[in-house]
Design a protein around this ligand. Structure first.
Ligand code: MTE
Length: 336
């Protein structure tokens, strides 16, 4: 089922979906609203929490609805990527470099207890525990496109809250200019961190960064779930970044550190291959990767591997209206 998108960022929620189950759930969501699922999820000790539904219990239904603000947007037709593909075709090199490695190798990854430390150039550093991830900030649904630098893409219904909530709470000092992120470093649990071969030659922990104004943009999401449930481990449980106008490698998974810093922080793919992966990594069909074109992408849909689903790549992944002003007067060929 292909459905037309009416207006940028402002489409009604029944217009972009094709998963039967999801549609049913959404009618419940509409009536009952969203919530943080802290109490429900607190009992979970491992990331095999895929079955935990944000919207299933009576207590949850008592919570207040958060507005659903941002949708996948553009003039093209949009269909959600089926959940089974979102959670089985992954990049998470800590669990191996093949697309099927994360789902196969991450299922016993422990996400509770978890600590996410917010520190650096801030007046009020703090730490979020596992339960806080689901209860401290109002959780919204955001349907975003995810465009990987490898030229495939998906449309994913995330659950989460704007990163700006965390940053505001920490109260940055005047020195804070960038935000540095870090993934958990736990070689016992992550085979890719034990072996350079398994982990693709990356020096772990995986690190990423944003300029402070990028981090404060309302589109920038800290995600704790997808398709109405907690994140599965292969997608970055219990909490990950999602920056929809940048190539997917910026969207760092299983985050344990958010640090406000003065200088541009090092980032994993830029360290590994600086000519191929820049700090900014804004989706840009006019600037090719040195080894392949970025003008188009393969949208992963319910079709088979060879389904005809090549579509044009849009500048800023179609979110230019919301974010292009961040890069006024910047040469985006130089700052790729
Ligand atoms: N975060 C960590 N810690 N390790 C990774 O290997 N891969 C990135 C990003 N975040 C990666 C990561 C890349 S290349 C992409 S495209 C997205 O995660 C993929 O997210 P998904 O598997 O949920 O689709």
């Amino acid at each position: 089922m292909l459905l037309k998108v009416k207006a940028k960022s402002q489409i009604s929620e029944n217009e972009i979906t094709d998963e039967h189950v999801y549609l049913e759930r959404r009618s419940l969501i509409k009536k009952m609203g969203f919530l943080g699922a802290g109490s429900l999820l607190a009992s979970t000790t491992s990331a095999q929490a895929r079955g935990l539904d944000f919207f299933s219990s009576k207590e949850e239904q008592a919570f207040v609805t958060s507005p659903i603000k941002f949708k996948a947007s553009s003039s093209d037709s949009q269909v959600l990527t089926p959940e089974n593909k979102v959670i089985s075709h992954n990049n998470f090199y800590e669990f191996g470099t093949k697309k099927s490695d994360p789902v196969n190798n991450a299922q016993s990854f422990k996400v509770n207890p978890w600590q996410l430390k917010v520190s650096g150039e801030v007046n009020k550093p703090f730490t979020l525990d596992y339960d806080d991830l689901f209860s401290r900030y109002a959780i919204e649904e955001r349907i975003y496109r995810l465009r990987c630098v490898e030229a495939w893409s998906m449309v994913i219904p995330w659950l989460g809250f704007s990163l700006s909530n965390i940053i505001k709470q920490a109260d940055p000092t005047s020195k804070a200019k960038y935000v540095a992120f870090e993934t958990l470093h736990d070689p016992e649990q992550m085979p890719g961190q034990r072996s350079r071969r398994v982990g693709g030659g990356i020096d772990y922990p995986y690190v990423e960064g944003l300029r402070l104004d990028e981090a404060m943009n309302p589109l920038t999401l800290m995600s704790v779930g997808l398709y109405g449930k907690t994140l599965p481990p292969q997608n970055g449980a219990p909490i990950r970044l999602v920056v929809p106008w940048k190539y997917g490698f910026k969207s760092i998974k299983s985050v344990v550190g958010i640090k406000l810093v003065e200088k541009m922080p090092p980032t994993t793919w830029n360290i590994l291959a600086p000519r191929e992966y820049g700090f900014y990594a804004n989706v840009n069909p006019d600037v090719d990767h040195p080894r392949w074109s970025q003008a188009s992408e393969r949208r992963i849909t319910s079709g088979g591997l060879f389904a005809r689903n090549r579509i044009e790549t849009l500048p800023f992944n179609g979110y230019g209206e919301e974010v292009s002003s961040l890069y006024k007067n910047m040469n985006l060929r130089k700052y790729y």
